[in-house]
Ligand binder design. Structure first.
Ligand code: ATP
Ligand code: MG
Length: 470
């Protein structure tokens, strides 16, 4: 009988059970987890970002679940799965389902985050409503299950429809509990193109000091996402006072008149134009944000009233290094930015020896990024400088491609001799060997000696004062 009923079930209804609003398919592994919770008498829902994304027709990145079951109960219920006790004190366990990690969090309500990292006390609560009330924004505070459909206590769906970002509850209270929510708000404005509700917006400014209490590791993740959209530059400008709380070194750039014949914008707006121009890669965006950070510090005005910024590249790279260390960004991310800021004005033109030396010193990846940085930098100046730069960079790229394709020797590893060869040729062991190898590499990159073993050995002997041996 049940089967027959099932067969006769309206297909739309069946669709409703496995899709959210008939739009986004909920994966089977999620439905199975929800079913198991329900079968055991617990409540369980998809909550947060996945509901928001599904309702706006975007495929969710991951499906976070919330449940009335305690973490230990969840672990017991899924004892036949791999279960990782991700943050058992905060109520989260990760259930591995068909190879997908699914975070399952017990209904909870958070207190303050006075260490900027974790809520002081997490209280498990019994109702979905309380759990949704602790969430940051109305669009993130909805839940869904196949039985109930979308549950929306705070008007999230309407806000989503209108593209409004609004705190759940009193904005100032919510931002004061956890300053990270301000950075999350900026991330959502950037990535989702929402508009902030006026009260939420005002509270972001009023509570910006709270950002100083937040652990950088939490901020970084949101900031990197913030940096990668076409709204980044405009939002950096609109919320610049907030970003100056996060990175006080930015503030001197605001309204800083360059008094320069190259520039039609102040340092900050030149910076924003460059951020906007460069491809939305977080590292490149961060590079442009910081590339002129030391200009106000090194500024000198000459007798004609013209501004000069000698040494801002080196000084800026030191400042960038300090900022990125303080913010605990990974070393590899930081180091390349520091190099790009230091080298951003490097004179690059289509000259084979020059480009080989740059390849040797910077590596191909960084050199190619530097070309992007220079294009972006030029885009923030008077239009006439752009054409020249575009042509120059275009020629550099063509020659660079050729150098790479033809496998020019740009490092010791591709030199046709090594230390052993030099020793065998009679060069005395010790520092001389290394010095001569570097000298040979220079000579090869400058086309003074061909990268051929015999010729290199001969030049090495001469260099070492050994004369020409038979
Ligand atoms: P994404 O789709 O980009 O992952 P998300 O909204 O899912 O966005 P997460 O960081 O995965 O973001 O957080 C999951 C959910 O947890 C959010 O939707 C929100 O309901 C809640 N949340 C996350 N961080 C906070 C916070 N700092 N304060 C309050 N609620 C939060
Ligand atoms: Mg998420």
């Amino acid at each position: 009988m049940r089967d027959t009923l099932h067969d006769q079930e309206n297909t739309d209804e069946r669709k409703q059970r496995t899709t959210m609003e008939n739009r986004i398919m909920i994966p089977q592994y999620i439905l199975k987890i929800l079913e198991r919770f329900h079968g055991a008498g617990y409540e369980a829902f998809v909550a947060g970002g996945a509901v928001r994304d599904a309702l706006s027709g975007e495929p969710p990145q991951d499906f976070d679940l919330c449940t009335s079951a305690l973490p230990s109960e969840t672990a017991a219920l899924f004892s036949d799965h791999k279960v990782i006790e991700t943050g058992i004190l905060h109520g989260t366990v990760t259930v591995m389902a068909d190879g997908h990690p699914v975070e399952v969090t017990t209904y909870r309500s958070d207190g303050r985050y006075s260490d900027g990292r974790h809520p002081d006390q997490v209280r498990f609560v019994s109702s979905l409503r309380e759990d949704l009330a602790r969430r940051d924004f109305t669009v993130n505070a909805m839940a869904w299950s196949p039985e109930t459909g979308v549950i929306d206590y705070f008007g999230g769906r309407e806000d989503l429809r209108r593209g409004i970002l609004r705190c759940v509850g009193e904005p100032e209270t919510r931002f004061s509990e956890d300053g990270l929510r301000i950075m999350r708000a900026l991330r959502f404005l950037s990535v989702k193109s929402y508009q902030p509700d006026p009260l939420t917006r005002e509270a972001m400014f009023r509570c910006s000091g709270m950002l100083q209490k937040v652990a950088y590791e939490r901020i970084d993740a949101e900031l990197l996402r913030f940096l990668t959209t076409e709204r980044t530059a405009a939002l950096l400008d609109e919320y610049r006072e907030i970003f100056a709380v996060l990175i006080p070194e930015l503030a001197p750039m605001f309204d800083f008149d360059q008094k320069s014949p190259y520039h039609n914008r102040d340092v900050w707006h030149h910076t924003l134009a460059a951020v906007d121009f460069i491809r939305p890669d977080p590292q490149l965006r961060m590079t442009m944000l910081l590339h002129d950070v030391a200009k106000p510090v090194v500024y000198v005005e000459d007798e004609n009233g013209r501004g000069h910024f000698k040494g801002h590249q080196q000084k800026g790279s030191e400042t960038a290094d300090r900022i990125l260390r303080r913010m605990r960004f990974p070393n590899t991310f930081r180091e390349e930015i520091v190099t790009l800021v230091r080298e951003h004005d490097l004179k690059l033109y289509a000259d084979r020896p020059l480009l080989r030396r740059c390849l040797n010193r910077l590596g191909e990846t960084t050199l190619r990024k530097l070309l992007e940085v220079q294009m972006a930098d030029a885009s923030g100046k008077y239009e006439k400088y752009m054409t020249g730069t575009r042509n120059r960079i275009g020629e550099v790229r063509i020659l660079l491609d050729r150098i790479v394709e033809e496998g020019d020797c740009v490092s010791l590893s591709s030199l046709a001799v090594d230390g052993g060869d030099l020793l065998r040729a009679g060069i005395p062991a010790g520092k001389t060997v290394g010095d001569i190898l570097s000298w040979l590499l220079e000579a090869v990159m400058e086309d003074r000696i061909p990268n051929k073993k015999e010729q290199l050995l001969q030049a090495a002997r001469e260099r070492a004062g050994l004369g020409i041996k038979e």
